[in-house]
Design a protein around this ligand. Structure first.
Ligand SMILES: [Zn+2]
Length: 379
């Protein structure tokens, strides 16, 4: 079989390409691997592996990096992926600032920058974005030829082709296109709902996620539904769990309705109710202040109500992330699980609630990841 596939490799461009991709992905997954190890893992002949390694090295995708100890005989050269052969840029536009991240083929953040600047759908703002990226490339000596694209995360619903904002109450930019936003950006621009981007990052960090609901407790809340390891989108909008109504006579939401999950559980809602920033609130809470503890218990009651409602539709893992999520201790998670279990009419298993893999913002990274994933698919 091996001889046949090797013979075909010479004749068939598709098979040659498939062998080359297999060799590349073997190095990518193992991080550091010898020619012999690749041969054994893929069941290819040594000449085929040698030829593919040579091609990949000439293309600049891999390099020899150190030696691997082997059982007897001389040490073998180790091959590794050139992690920054291609990079992707993630931009996260928020109301008062934007941040830029560059990630490599492993999704590792190579460089980061934040800029204080209020969002505005104006030429001046788009020009500033372009200029910031240009200076970012210069500061980090990034070769423009290595940039796969720019993914932009924003608090807005975007079209299925990620080219247009279809709804944005927060930014008031419904109809904004990737072309308009990227007028001064010399790379392909793709738009992502920020919660979708965060879910991309979560899935990248945790390959074991099967079915889960991600709840992002940022200034504005967000969420994502993950089924069979993929982010699910609806017919005209994705997951907007933040607008699930928890109380008909609740506070007014920016969406125009009342009592949304958002109005009780966003970081903004907690700061509004506490009358102070999260840092101060949690410092008081941890020092045992009773009034703060009562407010926190009320917050967890609402959060557990929302989670229980979602759980009635899908009994899966819940992942809590976002800026506010970072303040939660193991005791908070235990209390939250207990409250959800208390609300659940079926006593058939405990609620699974875990913290996000990210202790800081992940939307930039998540917006950049699809370009990396697409590249790895076509190597
Ligand atoms: Zn709402």
């Amino acid at each position: 079989m091996e001889l046949i596939s090797d013979a075909k490799a010479v004749r068939t461009p598709e098979l040659r390409r498939s062998n080359r991709r297999s060799v590349f992905m073997e190095i990518y997954k193992k991080r550091s691997v010898s020619k012999e190890q690749i041969k054994l893992a893929l069941g290819l002949s040594l000449p085929t592996v040698t030829q593919n390694l040579q091609e990949l090295e000439e293309l600049g995708l891999i390099r020899k990096q150190g030696l691997l100890s082997s059982t007897g005989g001389r040490k073998a050269s180790a091959y590794a992926v050139v992690n920054d052969f291609r990079v992707a840029i993630g931009l996260y536009l928020q109301k008062e600032a934007y941040s830029i991240e560059m990630i490599d083929l492993y999704g590792e953040v190579l460089a980061r920058k934040s800029v204080s600047c209020s969002f505005a759908r104006t030429d001046a703002y788009f020009r500033r974005l372009g200029e910031s990226l240009e200076s970012f490339f210069q500061e980090h000596a990034i070769d423009p030829a290595s940039v796969l694209g720019v993914g932009v995360a924003l608090e807005a619903i975007v079209s299925p082709d990620h080219q247009k904002v279809t709804y944005s109450e927060v930014y008031k930019c419904t109809g904004l296109s990737a072309e308009e936003l990227g007028k001064y950006i010399s790379f392909p621009v793709t738009l992502y709902h920020d919660s979708h981007a965060s879910a991309e990052a979560e899935l990248w960090a945790r390959s074991d996620i099967k079915n889960a609901v991600l709840i992002i407790l940022n200034h504005y809340m967000g969420g994502a539904l993950i089924i069979d390891g993929s982010i699910r989108e609806g017919a005209s909008f994705g997951c907007v769990l933040e607008h699930m109504q928890l109380q008909a006579d609740g506070p007014r939401c920016y969406c125009g309705k009342n009592g949304c999950f958002e109005t009780f559980c966003s970081a903004y809602a907690l700061e509004r109710d506490a009358g102070e920033p999260l840092d101060e609130f949690f410092a008081k809470l941890r020092s045992g202040d009773e009034k703060t503890a009562a407010l926190w218990e009320r917050y967890l009651q609402y959060l557990s109500r929302g989670i229980n409602n979602i759980r009635m539709l899908i009994d899966c893992e819940f992942i809590i992330g976002g800026h506010l999520g970072q303040y939660l201790t193991e005791e908070d998670f235990a209390r939250l699980r207990a409250l959800v279990d208390e609300k659940c009419p079926l006593k058939l298993g405990r609620t699974v609630i875990s913290p996000s893999e990210f202790r800081s913002e992940s939307a930039e990274k998540g917006a950049a990841l699809p370009a990396i994933k697409a590249f790895l698919q076509r190597v």
